[in-house]
Design a protein. Structure first.
Length: 216
């Protein structure tokens, strides 16, 4: 064991947050205290980012009419997604895929404008800005779970329409809607698994040695 390791209890807490984090779609209103929200956003903001570009921008939605409008956009995209799914369309429509109107806090996470100026680590892989943003969201997600709050990541929306609604500058891009808040309980397993929509694959199938597809 490394001398730098956390105590056994601390390590257990980290792994517990990772294992028990769930994507939540069922919320029961309530609120997130301002100091708790600030703590969670600080956790997100401590994420690693390519070249330390910190490409994330957070927009907290406070106006009920704006939240309704965002919900409307998601509903439109949900219908289009169902259409695109063909034979699984009805099954998809039965899934709950967002909790926008029920969650205590709604956050939009966006990539900043002017990202092309950041070349370090992105010359061949420009999508590393998105990867960095995802690290920030995962920090927030894990911290929220430790605080007993649910978080649901919603990506069913037309980005340009949402960008216009939020007065975002050209070059920026909304990438995630985060529903955050108290939940009655956390799903024991991913909801898509509980509902029979998808089955997770074990790590051993996705872990190769030396060459793609080679398992030892
Ligand atoms: C980038 C990203 C986008 C997602 N978008 C949605 C979404 O639009 N609607 C939804 O219901 N779940 C969404 N999810 C949640 C996934 O369905 C969920 O993470 C997955 O089923 C595993 O469940 P778990 O997070 O509870 O382990 C998204 C997750 C990620 C990482």
């Amino acid at each position: 064991m490394s001398e730098q390791a956390f105590s056994p209890e601390e390590r257990a807490a980290v792994y517990r947050a990772i294992a028990e984090r769930r994507d939540m779609r069922h919320f029961h209103g309530g609120e997130v205290a301002p100091e708790l929200l600030a703590r969670l956003l600080e956790a997100a903001h401590q994420a690693p980012s390519v070249g330390l570009m910190q490409p994330w921008r957070f927009i907290r939605i406070t106006r009920p009419a704006l939240r309704q409008a965002i919900h409307g956009l998601v509903e439109e995209e949900r219908l289009r997604t169902a259409e695109a799914l063909g034979e699984r369309s009805e099954e998809f429509m039965r899934l709950k895929v967002e909790g926008i109107l029920e969650c205590a806090e709604l956050l939009v996470v966006a990539l900043m404008d002017g990202r092309e100026a950041h070349v370090f680590g992105r010359r061949t892989l420009p999508e590393m800005d998105l990867a960095s943003m995802a690290c920030a969201i995962q920090n927030l997600w894990l911290a929220a779970r430790a605080e007993g709050l649910g978080l649901g990541w919603v990506s069913l929306f037309e980005p340009q329409t949402l960008a216009t609604l939020l007065g975002m500058p050209a070059g920026s891009k909304p990438m995630a809607l985060l529903c955050l808040g108290p939940v009655a309980e956390f799903y024991a397993a991913p909801m898509l698994v509980q509902q029979g929509w998808a089955a997770p694959r074990p790590l051993r199938e996705l872990l190769f040695q030396d060459r793609w597809g080679k398992h030892e």
